[in-house]
Design a protein around this ligand. Structure first.
Ligand SMILES: NC(=O)c1ccc[n+]([C@@H]2O[C@H](COP(=O)([O-])OP(=O)(O)OC[C@H]3O[C@@H](n4cnc5c(N)ncnc54)[C@H](O)[C@@H]3O)[C@@H](O)[C@H]2O)c1
Length: 324
């Protein structure tokens, strides 16, 4: 039997829980959240999943201190503001074999090195939940991209939470051509607005991230409207277009005169992804998610650029980036 912990049982944590409740190997599940309403909602969402004999026990507790001393896999799905504090308490008091951390990892740049040192000291492999790279369409696209290849990528839509979700597109591009070095240009950000998550901020307008080989990632969120995000990836030989909301995918190849071929796919929910994610980590010790070091590098380029948006160009590295 494996012990799985989920810390932070909010919107996303409760979806991870639903995924865990479908696991095909015997597990005991511990869910931590200091807010009774979150624990209650998580309990209700867990009950939506048909009874599964592999779920040997599920406990709902208010603090990390009440977790079992040994945990095989822990998912930290709190918001970014408390993630470091949770991680420190967890790794200093419990023995954790594997970790999955939600994005945005941390608000302070200094916390990235602190977390790296902590993970190394405790010898804990960790991955970050930027999951597009585990989804079939992106894996298929990658088969036709060569390492280091120049790509032009766009993701444009309505008010889709550019600041907190932009990291997914950096991660996907890094996954496709293997280049994790980005310079992020924030000069076309239009507005700072309140995030739908209380206490955090969002932006509208454009972010442009560049790689040294000339690749460009252009992200745009309008202030108004809820238009689907259209994600296009163009290389010298192909143009792919993905609409995750509609589950539509097209590919046009230079060799076929750039005529688009259309198909459909299912973009899995977190409650579908977490089942296989946890099984893979527990059974093989590996994951398709980016490892901590890869994702921390992407986060640091991203967060240091966004700090200038929120605090001006003279900001120093000690400011908190108000995104989650
Ligand atoms: N990877 C993805 O695709 C994806 C998608 C959605 C959200 N997220 C990320 O997941 C995180 C959570 O988002 P959400 O929408 O679930 O937010 P949320 O506010 O619904 O959930 C956060 C939960 O953390 C709990 N919490 C606060 N302090 C805690 C502590 N000390 N210990 C344990 N729990 C604590 C809160 O009570 C709350 O229930 C955010 O960082 C968000 O960006 C990632």
């Amino acid at each position: 039997m494996y012990r799985i912990a989920i810390i932070g049982a909010g919107e996303l944590g409760s979806r991870h829980l639903q995924g865990v409740m479908k696991m095909n190997i015997p597990v005991s599940v511990e869910v931590v959240d200091p807010f009774p309403a979150s624990l209650e909602r998580a309990r209700l969402r867990a009950q939506e999943i048909p009874a599964n004999p592999n779920i040997l026990q599920t406990v709902y507790i208010p603090s990390v201190g009440q977790l079992s001393d040994k945990i095989d896999l822990c998912i930290v799905a709190t918001s970014s503001d408390v993630r470091m504090q949770v991680l420190q308490e967890l790794l200093s008091t419990k023995k954790v074999k594997y970790l999955v951390l939600e994005k945005i990892l941390f608000r302070y740049l200094s916390e990235y090195a602190t977390a790296e040192a902590l993970l190394n000291k405790t010898n804990t492999p960790a991955w970050v939940n930027c999951s597009k790279r585990t989804v079939s369409v992106y894996r298929t696209i990658r088969e036709s991209v060569t390492p280091g290849e120049k790509l032009v990528v766009t993701a444009t839509g309505g008010n889709w939470g550019l600041a907190c979700n932009g990291i997914h597109y950096l991660d996907t591009m890094a996954y496709l051509n293997g280049d994790t070095d980005f310079t992020v240009d924030t000069s076309h950000v239009e507005k700072i607005i309140d995030s739908k998550r209380k206490g955090f901020s969002e932006i509208t307008g454009s972010l442009i991230a560049r790689q040294q080989n000339g690749s460009v990632l252009f992200l745009h969120a309008s202030e108004q409207g809820d238009a689907d995000i259209i994600h296009t990836i163009t290389s010298e030989k192909y143009r792919w277009q993905v609409n995750e909301s509609q589950g539509t995918f097209s590919v046009a190849a230079a060799s076929a005169g750039w005529v688009s071929e259309h198909s459909t796919f299912h973009m899995p929910y977190q409650s579908e992804l977490s089942t296989g994610l946890c099984e893979e980590i527990l059974l093989t010790g590996t994951s398709g998610l980016p490892d901590y070091d890869t994702s921390a590098k992407l986060h640091c380029s991203y967060i240091s650029a966004l700090l200038k948006v929120f605090y001006g160009s003279n900001v120093d590295d000690s400011a908190a980036c108000p995104i989650t």
